[in-house]
Design a protein around this ligand. Structure first.
Ligand code: A2P
Length: 288
């Protein structure tokens, strides 16, 4: 096990959540990271300075992630672990049980951020899940609570019933799919966007616009896109299982001009790459 002195200093900047928590702005997404890949990828990510690891019950890798983060020797309070309740565990008691199972698989006392993974129907059952998340936060079992894949109508339904709202909505967001209406609505409510597929699943990295900006700033296309997210006030969870790309994706110590950020804003084509929130995946893994 590594000694604390061997542990590198985190390089990710933090972003303030509405509940006062400081969350790393860049985290590692772990969808489709097999339990076999998890060990080496998490170890590379933590060495590169990642402190936020994002998983979900449905990814099937919570136990492997728990083992890998413990093996790092990093103090628990330096890590930020996110997991999510899946669609078949909605309801008050069901969500409390699902959380207990996730926490046991991760092998931790508390989870930093617990999310409703998908806005399922019937909505009343999902609202009962939100009550469970509030309860978990009150107990201290989770530090922050949020949602994922919510549209304006889902956030509205929550806000009509509850005064305690999510601090985060984790959604698909990249240069080709910029959800302006959602972003504006969330800004009013103080709900941060955490972008999944922030690199458009790698698809936007070949674009001439992005490569030209990369040349201008002397950085890789992925760094241009990730910096654009951060400078627009969004957190990101890019995925990579390659140690060089992992390190690159958190090395964002440069700044872009407002006109260049606007050039990326103008790339929007409303092209959704993942599932629509109203059509949750019913079998197999979600795309987030
Ligand atoms: P790999 O795992 O081989 O690095 P997103 O986070 O938007 O879903 O994108 C993930 C995809 O982008 C993966 O295919 C990943 O491949 C690729 N990717 C991640 N980081 C980089 C990078 N810095 N340069 C090029 N491709 C990247």
């Amino acid at each position: 096990m590594a000694e604390p002195t061997d542990v590198p200093t985190p390089v990710s900047e933090t972003i303030a959540l509405r509940d006062g928590t400081a969350m790393p702005a860049v985290g590692l997404g772990s969808l489709r990271m097999s339990p076999q890949e998890t060990d080496t990828t998490i170890s590379s990510a933590l060495s590169a300075g990642y402190r936020l690891i994002d998983t979900a019950a449905v990814y099937g890798n919570e136990a492997a992630i728990g083992t890998a983060v413990r093996a790092s020797g990093l103090p628990r309070e330096e890590l930020f672990l996110t997991t999510k309740v899946w669609n078949n565990d909605h309801g008050y008691e069901e969500t409390l049980r699902a959380f207990a199972a996730s926490r046991a698989r991760l092998g931790v006392d508390y989870v930093d951020l617990y999310l409703i993974h998908w806005p399922v129907t019937p909505i009343d059952r999902m609202l009962r899940s939100w009550e469970a998340l509030l309860e978990l936060q009150q107990r201290g079992d989770v530090r922050s609570i949020g949602v994922s894949n919510f549209m304006v109508k889902h956030l509205r339904a929550l806000s009509e019933r509850f005064s305690e709202l999510p601090v985060i909505n984790q959604v698909e967001y990249h240069p080709l799919f910029q959800q302006d209406d959602l972003a504006d609505f969330q800004k009013e409510l103080g709900i941060l966007i955490q972008a999944w597929a922030p690199l458009g699943k790698g698809g936007v990295l070949e674009s001439q616009t992005v490569t030209t900006l990369g040349e201008k700033y002397g950085v890789a296309p992925a760094q241009v896109v990730l910096k654009w997210h951060l400078m627009r006030g969004r957190a990101v969870i890019p995925k990579s299982t390659n140690s060089t790309r992992l390190a690159m994706n958190i090395d964002l110590d440069f700044s872009m001009s407002e006109p260049d950020l606007a050039v990326i804003d103008a790339m929007n084509e409303d092209t959704r790459l993942g599932s629509h929130p109203d059509a949750p995946p019913t079998n197999g893994l979600p795309d987030q």
